[in-house]
Design a protein around this ligand. Structure first.
Ligand SMILES: [Zn+2]
Length: 126
């Protein structure tokens, strides 16, 4: 009976570890790869964690230019020539928030699905 008790303790410890590990991997590395789309086409895919310093990306559309600004792992629409400026007012892109959309210039900035990366890793290992 004593041995069995230890097995249960050991098993539950293992389960707790597994759940903890899943939580860590799920929450500690949020999606940081951002895709910039225009007219439904991918313009650029950027891993925000690899961007050091500041970076600006200029896009031109029907209503003029959009300036995308990246710094310190965040991305936002710095300025735009579109009439509504909704994209600029959106502020920084948040992983839990909605994508930055500029309807007049057909620009979308959004986080890419992180599961894509995990699949690629698993494939390489196997
Ligand atoms: Zn806009």
């Amino acid at each position: 009976m004593k041995n069995r008790g230890w097995i249960i303790v050991f098993a539950s410890a293992l389960i707790i570890c597994a759940v903890w590990w899943l939580c860590i991997t799920a929450f500690s590395s949020p999606a940081k790869t951002v895709g910039i789309y225009q007219n439904g086409e991918l313009i650029e895919k950027i891993d925000l964690t690899t961007v050091t310093g500041e970076r600006e990306i200029e896009l031109s559309g029907e209503y003029g230019r959009n300036i995308v600004y990246i710094s310190n792992g965040s991305i936002k629409m710095k300025s735009a020539d579109c009439p509504d400026k909704i994209c600029v007012k959106h502020g920084e892109l948040e992983s839990s928030g909605s994508p930055i959309v500029c309807l007049p210039n057909k620009v979308i900035i959004k986080f890419e699905d992180a599961s894509e990366k995990i699949d690629a890793k698993a494939g390489a290992a196997g």
